[in-house]
Design a protein around this ligand. Structure first.
Ligand SMILES: [Zn+2]
Length: 244
């Protein structure tokens, strides 16, 4: 049994109306865990998360998981909006893209795995509903980012991943392109859970979603084109994610 510290509590929550079935992972985007805890527990910030995992691997519960915390903001996943209503949010301490993004230490990742496993069991959370903040708000958010090890989570049965190498493939499409193949890619990304309009146009929203997809599934090549490796990984993932 993992030790969950309850030294701090956030006033930023409401009662739940919907049942929990989704887990959202974040980074704090602040220089220290202490600074992040202070912000997440400040009534004026109007943000919170259920848990925070410090750099040293300590796990803090800030909001009871049976209450609704305020971590996701404007968000959408697998056809549902307001992800706060049905999710648990874990903040993972990291300076993030704002304050000097760094690799997540092994002991911190071990705590992520332990806590996620416990919550998956407690709330019967399915792999298709284990997401990063950038997956559910791709036009606004980058966290937990391309240095977060989603593969090791999947190896521990937390979320899905592919088994392709992290290399760039031949570029197939770029922003501004417009064709039937892009329409099919959009439909497949929608099937995974991303919110995207199937138009056939490689527009701004499509670009944002593709960057979010690569931040999670092609972490060494986070850019705005769609290449052969993306095509191959999406086909693999589609076999794992259940139909909407
Ligand atoms: Zn976040």
């Amino acid at each position: 049994m993992v030790e969950i510290l309850k030294n701090y509590s956030s006033p930023n929550f409401n009662e739940r109306i919907e049942e929990v079935d989704t887990l959202v992972l974040h980074y704090t985007d602040m220089t220290t865990a202490e600074a992040a805890i202070e912000r997440l527990c400040d009534i004026k910030s109007e943000v919170s998360a259920h848990y925070l995992i410090a750099e040293n691997s300590a796990i803090y519960q800030l909001v009871d998981p049976y209450k609704r915390a305020w971590h996701a903001g404007l968000s959408k996943w697998r056809g549902r909006e307001k992800v706060n209503d049905f999710s648990i949010g874990i903040e993972i301490a990291n300076p993030g893209h704002s304050c000097g993004y760094i690799h997540f230490p092994t002991e911190q990742m071990n705590s992520v795995i332990i806590l996620a496993k416990q919550l998956i069991k407690q709330f019967n959370i399915k792999n298709e509903n284990i997401v990063g903040h950038s997956d559910i708000a791709p036009s606004r958010k980058k966290d937990p980012g391309e240095l977060f090890d989603w593969k090791i989570l999947a190896d521990n049965k937390i979320g899905y991943y592919h088994n392709l190498p992290q290399i760039a493939g031949k570029i197939l499409y770029n922003p501004g392109d417009n064709n039937m193949d892009i329409l099919q890619i959009q439909k497949k990304l929608l099937q995974i859970g991303y919110f995207i309009e199937p138009t056939g146009m490689f527009d701004q929203l499509t670009t944002d979603v593709i960057i979010a997809y690569k931040r999670r599934f092609h972490q060494l090549n986070v850019d705005d084109n769609w290449d052969e490796l993306c095509h191959a990984s999406l086909e693999q993932l589609l076999k794992l994610y259940p139909e909407l």
